[in-house]
Design a binder for this molecule. Structure first.
Ligand SMILES: [Zn+2]
Length: 180
């Protein structure tokens, strides 16, 4: 169903804000609150008329975002930051644990910079060692995640829309998106 499609919403500055429903996007365009930026030929039909279904719309006034709002330090958000992927072997199927890069017993802190997602086998194998001592480098250097992107998930959509969205979204958002 076309109406189940999600539409990428850009701020006035072209910065991605969120995804919204197709219905909401069309209403925003028709009411003049947003403009259609990209469209791929899909149409929404009502009994009396039809409207082009946008892939991307842009709000015609600047929406302020609170950049200082910080992401809560929790296992759930560590998993989201690391894309539910073991930062040692890259696997994402096992039940995941949270691992201290510099072990706690050796003074490692419990914070964004020292905690990563690890699968159980890697966590066990690593034990009381550092990644260097284990000889397995981390997939990425842990850091405090950006509030905005941690909640940004690319919805399922027609392949042509996904290709269009890629132009507007940072790469890290697409790292979480499984192309089939
Ligand atoms: Zn692993």
């Amino acid at each position: 169903m076309l109406t189940s499609f999600k539409i990428l919403v850009l701020n006035y500055s072209y910065e991605p804000l969120q995804f919204c429903s197709a219905k909401r996007a069309v209403v925003m365009v028709l009411s003049g609150r947003a403009e259609q930026i990209e469209c791929d030929g899909f149409q929404i039909r009502t009994p009396s008329s039809s409207y082009p279904l946008p892939a991307v719309i842009r709000i015609l006034k600047m929406v302020k975002r609170n950049r200082r709002h910080q992401v809560a330090f929790s296992k759930k958000n560590i998993l989201r930051r690391d894309n539910y992927t073991c930062q040692y072997c890259g696997i994402s199927k096992h039940p995941m644990t949270v691992d201290h890069v510099l072990p706690k017993s050796r003074g490692g802190k419990t914070d964004w910079e020292n905690v990563v997602v690890a699968c159980k086998p890697c966590n066990l194998k690593k034990s009381n060692r550092t990644p260097a001592e284990m000889g397995i480098p981390l997939l990425s250097r842990p850091s405090r995640p950006d509030m905005h992107w941690i909640h940004f998930a690319v919805p399922k959509g027609p392949e042509s829309h996904v290709r269009i969205w890629k132009k507007y979204l940072p790469k890290k958002v697409f790292n979480r998106y499984a192309f089939n």
